[in-house]
Design a protein around this ligand. Structure first.
Ligand code: IPD
Ligand code: CA
Ligand code: CA
Length: 269
């Protein structure tokens, strides 16, 4: 993808993301259907579905040779990241959307031959758009984000995690997780992986660790965080598979390896 076609694609994606966000703000004050998916706490609404369909219709019409992988299944059956692939979460943080009407995002990552080219995360209710183009830096509402500050240590770390990381469970050793919580400065849970990635890019979280995310949760965030010097792997330090669900650690490079070696590998049962 050359610079000018990538810029054009970015402008188009940005316009659709902002338009989809405006539609969500309108639709959320009207009656909506709320269903559950894999379990009683895994929510999906008619607005999630309509938002994904909004992208599918436009992408298929304007870019018939692009593939689309979307959480709600209206896109393509993507088996390989060849050519241009849009990886979309129409609403990331549906539980927040339903219960709080805030702290949810539209997440759009555009990959060419498995290389992340364009990332957009739109915090819909705060009207904040994070974006990045590979090798051109990351931005928050058009303002360039600085590289992650150099003086981060584990002792000063504020780490995003969800409750699965901390509650007793069959996958992680509770004692090791307690040691980690005692070592760092604080833990935060926002309930939208995309927003948590954006916060790592902004340097207001130093990392975010989760047991299981899917490609649409992290596709945009990885591109954005990478542009400010952050790292993303799974919790054992291996490369993230862009077409599989799995654990994720996105963090400041000063603490990434230490978190893996001293905590997450030891905590793995
Ligand atoms: C969820 C959110 C949540 C994370 C879950 C995701 P959804 O996405 O990102 O923060 O902990 O693992 O599934 O279902 O609201 O799009
Ligand atoms: Ca999601
Ligand atoms: Ca979603």
């Amino acid at each position: 993808m050359n610079t000018s076609s990538r810029n054009e694609l970015f402008q188009q994606a940005k316009q659709w993301v902002l338009e989809a966000g405006a539609n969500i703000r309108t639709q959320m004050i009207q009656p909506m259907e709320i269903d559950t998916k894999s379990n009683a706490n895994d929510l999906v609404t008619s607005v999630d579905k309509k938002t994904e369909q909004f992208f599918v219709e436009r992408i298929h019409q304007h870019y018939p040779d692009h593939q689309l992988l979307g959480e709600e299944g209206y896109g393509d059956d993507v088996k390989e990241l060849t050519g241009v692939t849009w990886i979309i979460d129409p609403i990331d943080g549906t539980m927040n959307f339903v219960h709080q009407k805030r702290n949810f995002a539209i997440s759009v990552g555009i990959y060419q031959d498995a290389v992340g080219e364009i990332g957009l995360i739109y915090d819909v209710m705060n009207d904040v758009l994070y974006h990045a183009l590979r090798d051109e830096g990351a931005y928050r509402n058009g303002e360039k984000l600085p590289q992650l500050k150099p003086d981060v240590t584990l002792e000063t770390t504020v780490l995003g995690m969800n409750h699965y990381m901390l509650c007793p469970n069959r996958l992680l050793d509770e004692q090791v997780m307690h040691q980690l919580v005692k070592k760092i400065r604080g833990v935060r849970t926002y309930g939208s992986a995309a927003i948590e990635f954006a916060y790592v890019a902004e340097g207001i979280l130093d990392g975010y660790a989760v047991m299981r995310l899917s490609p649409w949760d992290f596709a945009a965030g990885m591109i954005i965080v990478h542009e400010v010097g952050g790292l993303t792997t799974n919790l054992t330090g291996n490369a993230v598979d862009m077409l599989q669900s799995g654990s994720i650690l996105v963090s400041h490079p000063n603490i990434h390896q230490q978190l893996i070696e001293e905590y997450f590998i030891k905590a793995k049962k």
